[in-house]
Design a protein around this ligand. Structure first.
Ligand SMILES: Nc1nc2c(ncn2[C@@H]2O[C@H](COP(=O)(O)OP(=O)(O)O)[C@@H](O)[C@H]2O)c(=O)[nH]1
Ligand SMILES: [Mg+2]
Ligand SMILES: [Zn+2]
Length: 294
């Protein structure tokens, strides 16, 4: 049975790419009964007599999945944060990082619009670059006006499936348009379409890059609440806590009120930044509150 990958979903059709080319498939009814919906990014088995009448018969187990937007087997999340306009938000970056870590997806941080490089920005940029690099994250600078930064980004996207994420206005579509000239990426409509319970079906598509690899054309995560993340596991989403937490006095220490907490000591010693720790406490509280409400 031929196998391929769903690269686009539209109006009940799934476009499966394989060595044979792209086949337009429907899902077999039994998926719907079992409440499994094929996602863009899924590896599937299908049967097809021609290029427009295929059926998806089986879906391979997923490495990971994002529900909003629905996309499976994402290998990398490119977290795009502009240095200005909109202003860089460390708390939002940490929120994205927690999501990415919780989903087992590799993050790549892109500080975008680095052509806007006057004094105040430069200092802040260097500070955060250093802080996140020390945690072990990869941080790149990008600007659609600085070609060398685009060339530096390209190898990170080659031969893997990436999803771009970040606030509206940080330059996601602009970057995609440069990486894939000719594909007119619609401008971001998240802020408008998310309002007032308006029902919008998110159209997701994997855009093949010339160098190999795909970028999911989606506005990124549409929801950033912590559903599905337990407070006791939040610390696992902060890589710089990992080693330290072995030396906390209490097993399962949540680094909040426990005595002899190595993470809190590391904050005092400057090994863990105050901002990151404060965000951890803020998210922890948010998760606890969510739990109390339901
Ligand atoms: N100065 C500067 N402006 C940029 C850059 N990239 C995008 N922009 C501008 O930022 C605005 C939002 O860009 P867009 O790609 O629509 O952002 P998106 O909402 O994240 O998709 C547009 O006016 C772009 O021209 C950049 O590298 N430098
Ligand atoms: Mg956009
Ligand atoms: Zn602790």
């Amino acid at each position: 049975m031929p196998k391929g990958r769903i690269i686009k979903a539209l109006s009940g059709f799934y476009y499966v790419e394989s060595d044979e080319g792209i086949v337009q498939c429907r899902a077999r009814g039994n998926f719907r009964n079992r409440k499994i919906t094929p996602y863009v990014g899924d590896w599937v088995e299908y049967e097809a007599e021609n290029h427009t009448d295929g059926y998806i018969l089986a879906i391979d187990e997923r490495e990971n999945q994002l529900v909003r937007p629905p996309v499976a087997n994402v290998e990398q999340a490119v977290l795009i944060f502009s240095v200005e306009d909109p202003k860089f938000s460390p708390v939002l970056l940490d929120r994205f990082l927690v999501h990415v870590e919780a989903n087992g997806i590799e993050p790549l941080i892109c500080m975008s619009k680095t052509d806007l490089n006057h004094d105040g920005i430069r200092e802040e940029l260097e500070y955060f670059e250093d802080a996140y690099t020390r945690i072990g994250y990869r941080v790149l600078r990008t600007s659609i006006y600085l070609e060398e930064t685009i060339e530096q980004l390209k190898p990170y996207l080659t031969d893997r499936v990436s999803v771009f994420a970040g606030q509206s206005g940080v330059g996601k579509s602009s970057l995609l348009n440069i990486l894939k000239p000719g594909v007119e990426i619609k401008t971001d409509e998240t802020s408008k379409s998310l309002g007032r319970g308006k029902h919008t079906t998110r159209h997701v598509e994997l855009i093949p890059l010339n160098e190999g690899g795909y970028v999911a054309d989606t506005p990124g995560f549409s929801s950033l609440d912590f559903t599905g993340i337990e407070a006791i596991h939040l610390g696992d989403c902060f890589p710089e806590f990992q080693e330290l937490s072995h030396d906390c006095k209490f097993r399962g220490c949540q680094h909040i009120n426990e005595p002899k907490c190595r993470v809190k000591a590391a904050v005092d010693e400057g090994q863990v930044t105050k901002e990151r720790y404060e965000h951890y406490v803020e998210f922890h509280e948010e998760i606890e509150q969510m739990k109390r409400r339901y």
